[in-house]
Write a protein that binds this ligand. Structure first.
Ligand code: THU
Length: 163
């Protein structure tokens, strides 16, 4: 018997420590929160993607009375970004969440489905996506989606072994 040890590198910052372009997409993700449609959970999430061409695409969670039909902010944003700019990589993605009248203290953590979609973005353009998870008290920066999704089902399995 042996162990596979998995580690993730996450840097913790406060807002003042961020680079100008990081601050900019965090601000845009925070603004996008207020355009979310979240009448069922009351948990509003905003995301902002910085594209390779400098464009910033924002999105938010879109809920539905048939709950599984709704979509998280991260996927709404990435799908829209790729639908508008199919040839542009995403350089960074910021995410913020707001509930009970305020932004959350600790960084929001994307769900598994969103992590899988983020990974697809990295693989598709062969470029790392920097993920910036905003919390009022601290901000997490993850340089590579693989740190959020270890042992991912990726090209190594699907392309080499299945086709
Ligand atoms: N949600 C997101 O949009 N992103 C996340 O990272 C976590 C959760 C949404 C889904 C649902 O509309 C609401 O937050 C409550 O789970």
């Amino acid at each position: 018997m042996n162990y596979l040890k998995i580690t993730a590198k996450i840097r913790i910052y406060n807002y003042e420590e961020l680079l100008f372009e990081e601050k900019n997409i965090v601000d845009k993700a925070k603004e996008a929160v207020f355009r979310a449609y979240a009448p069922y959970s009351g948990f509003k999430v905003g995301a902002a993607a910085l594209m390779e061409n400098g464009e910033i695409i924002t999105g938010n969670n879109q809920e539905n009375i048939a709950f599984p039909s709704g979509l998280c902010a991260e996927r709404t944003t990435l799908f829209y970004a790729h639908s508008q700019y199919p040839g542009e990589a995403v350089r960074a993605l910021a995410v913020a969440a707001h509930t009970k009248g305020d932004f959350i203290d600790r960084p929001i953590s994307p769900c598994g489905a969103c992590r899988q979609v983020m990974l697809e973005t990295e693989m598709r353009f062969r470029r790392r996506v920097k993920v910036i998870l905003y919390g009022k008290k601290e901000i997490y920066i993850i340089e590579n989606i693989k740190d959020l999704l270890p042992l991912a089902f990726d090209q190594d399995f699907s392309f080499d072994n299945c086709l």
